[in-house]
Design a protein around this ligand. Structure first.
Ligand SMILES: *Cc1c(COP(=O)(O)O)cnc(C)c1O
Length: 361
């Protein structure tokens, strides 16, 4: 007799990481995973190296220093913050805590794949709402709420579109949900956004018992390798997460580097400005050469190619790879796109040059 696996797990396709090689050769320019080409704050690196002196000690299970640093930087209460092995772990813990077999987890069409994977692993049913004009559609989400809905997960800004929904739309979504549904706001790219009408959701967490905001050190803070993220939660939710979190889910070098990174406000602002400069530059240049770029507020941009000129996503992908540049092919709705991360100056110049040649050939 063979072992019995939970049936819903067989529906999961393992997560595929962005590529990092072309034909077996390590790529010179990896722009497939929305990592920071500028890297972390020098203070974060120094803290990491210092932490290496005490690798024989268990990490601080209370995550005290990092929670304090986040509380200071974001003006939030430290006792409502919990850190995870990437924000992804926190999303997983919340799904595990609040969803049982047959419950529904509602998300947007292009939602973060890991949310689907963790829902299925739990025996819960992921439900997807279509998007409108490449944006999350609050009405479509609200229409799909059922008596079985336990959680609604919103990545805002969204990936891979790079678009966002406004504060008032997030509030309208929350107002349309029952009190027993947890609204999870995934703000992985929040630090890049400088729009008056955007909120990552901290005030919604503060004012309600059923909203959680997750954030990460993998993107603007440039610490993807360390796997560290955090969540701002109502006290009642913190209590639940603390029961199932493993005591040492976040390691000492990650805790130390993240604390230094979050307090280096000037460095973060430099990275944000660099990013905005390039978003503006791509937005101005790409339409001129016939490529449609969605208006992004993140550290990546989504490119759509004309359907009538023999200039395709696959062709552009191959042209970039021939120069050692790796973008991420994706699909939004029926059309195929390229998602490319903002790199450093030289990397971005290289991308522009290849795309210009490709479109002109
Ligand atoms: C990159 C990303 C994250 C961050 O995940 P970590 O586990 O913190 O590295 C979360 N959500 C979305 C939508 C992302 O694109």
């Amino acid at each position: 007799m063979s072992m019995q696996v939970k049936q819903s797990i067989l529906k999961i396709h393992p997560y595929k990481q962005g590529e990092s090689e072309v034909n077996g050769v390590k790529a010179t320019i990896k722009l497939s995973s929305n990592e920071s080409s500028l890297g972390p704050s020098p203070r974060a690196k120094a803290a990491f190296i210092k932490a290496a002196q005490e690798l024989n000690r268990y990490p601080d299970g209370g995550q005290t220093e990092l929670r304090k640093a986040i509380a200071e930087a974001y003006q939030l209460p430290a006792d409502q913050i919990v850190c995870g092995n990437g924000s992804e772990e926190l999303i997983q813990l919340l799904i595990r805590a609040y969803c049982s077999e047959g419950d529904e987890v509602l998300m947007s069409e292009n939602g973060f794949v890991m949310c689907k994977i963790h829902s299925l692993a739990q025996g819960a049913v992921p439900v997807f709402a279509p998007e409108k004009n490449d944006c999350i559609d609050v009405d479509a989400l609200l229409q799909r709420v059922s008596s079985k809905t336990r959680m609604v997960i919103l990545a805002n800004p969204n990936n891979p579109t790079g678009t966002y929904v406004t504060r008032s739309e997030v509030e309208r979504l929350h107002a349309g949900l029952r009190d027993d549904i947890l609204l999870l706001l995934d703000g992985a790219y929040a630090e890049y956004v400088s729009r008056e009408d955007y909120t990552a959701g901290a005030s919604l967490v503060q004012e309600n018992d059923n909203v959680v905001m997750t954030r990460t050190f993998s993107k603007i803070y440039g610490l993807s390798a360390l796997r560290i993220g955090w969540a701002y939660c109502p006290i009642s939710v913190i209590d639940i997460v603390q029961r199932i979190r493993t005591p040492f889910n976040t390691n000492s070098p990650a805790l130390a580097a993240a604390a230094a990174a979050v307090l280096d406000v000037d460095y973060t602002e430099t990275v944000r400005r660099h990013n905005q400069k390039w978003l503006d530059r791509f937005q101005a240049a790409l339409p001129k050469i016939g490529i449609d770029m969605l208006e992004s507020v993140t550290n990546f941009y989504l490119l759509r190619f004309p359907t009538n000129q023999n200039r395709t996503m696959q062709g552009a992908d191959a042209a970039l790879k021939s120069q050692g540049i790796i973008p991420r092919p994706t699909q939004v709705g029926d059309s195929q796109e390229l998602r490319i991360t903002i790199g450093n100056d030289a990397e971005n110049e290289a991308v522009l040059a290849v795309l210009k040649d490709y479109m002109a050939a």
